[in-house]
Design a protein around this ligand. Structure first.
Ligand SMILES: [Zn+2]
Length: 293
């Protein structure tokens, strides 16, 4: 991926200096999923690219201004930190693309923050743990990432490459776009009124749409700035495939239970990313009305 020298975002908050989880933070939801102590890879992978479980529980509603949470001090990332510069550049690129897309739809894009943390971090969605993988919290409109996740992707998940890393951010930003569009709130509103299998089905559609939105970003970034290099698309496709629910279940349990999927199969994730990438169209990402995922 060609990114060096491109604009970097001012919306990156570097909170890594204060990391480690010493500060209390707020805890909601009685320990469901969040704050798990064990770092079994299957479990880790299960949360990866997930929206926050508390969001799934419907404790948060979309719309309105982002919530103020009491968080430790954050600075701009140091200029010699290549990984942080990469993340800032990808975030800036998503800002440019989505600002234009929203304008086209007659709306205004509100940029999310991206907070770099280490270990644990208080968020409007409860305490974020590095073991959950990167996540987006609609409550405070921030993407959270512990950069050690990229190492996990490369060494333990078979998903190396800088464009695979960019895809992770673009997917989380995709959740932010869903939040701004009111999709997250709508899906949350249906929870509790439908069966668990139906809830999982909604979650899959939400995740696949975020994959599609990541593809929409890549499409426009490519046509405006020619960021892609040989093999980049394959890197992102591979990452999407490695984290499909079927693949993760097969690796962790040796069997596949489709009703329990919350993110979609490998083939579905690849397909929706590709749909966004090829069409560059938000309208083509309507996973909620798609007959075939
Ligand atoms: Zn996700």
């Amino acid at each position: 991926m060609k990114w060096e020298g491109n604009r970097q975002s001012d919306n990156v908050e570097d909170a890594r200096a204060g990391g480690g989880g010493g500060r209390g933070g707020i805890r909601l939801g009685g320990g469901r999923g969040i704050g798990l102590g064990t770092v079994a890879i299957a479990l880790v992978a299960g949360w990866i690219f997930g929206i926050n479980p508390l969001t799934v529980l419907g404790l948060l509603s979309g719309g309105g201004a982002p919530m103020e949470v009491s968080q430790g001090p954050a600075t701009k990332p140091p200029a010699d930190d290549k990984m942080a510069q990469f993340v800032s550049t990808v975030l800036a690129d998503t800002e440019d693309v989505w600002r234009a897309q929203f304008k086209q739809m007659g709306a205004t894009y509100r940029e999310p923050k991206l907070r770099l943390f280490r270990g644990a971090e208080p968020t409007a969605c409860g305490t974020g743990q590095a073991a959950m993988g990167p996540f987006y919290c609609p409550g405070d409109e921030k993407v959270y990432i512990d950069l050690s996740f990229y190492e996990t992707m490369r060494t333990r998940m078979g998903a190396p490459g800088d464009f695979a890393q960019a895809y992770v951010i673009a997917h989380e930003v995709g959740h932010h776009v869903q939040h701004l569009m009111g999709i997250t709130a709508k899906v949350d509103g249906m929870r509790g009124r439908v069966s668990e299998a139906q809830q999982n089905g909604l979650s899959v559609r939400l995740e696949l749409q975020a994959d599609c939105f990541a593809g929409v970003w890549a499409h426009h970034a490519q046509s405006a700035r020619q960021i892609l290099e040989q093999g980049d698309v394959e890197e992102a496709m591979n990452a999407a495939a490695q984290i499909g629910d079927d693949n993760l279940q097969r690796k962790s349990q040796g069997q596949v239970i489709p009703e329990s999927f919350t993110h979609g199969t490998s083939a579905q994730r690849v397909r929706w990313f590709k749909t966004g990438l090829q069409t560059g169209s938000v309208a083509q990402c309507n996973t909620f009305e798609a007959r075939q995922l």
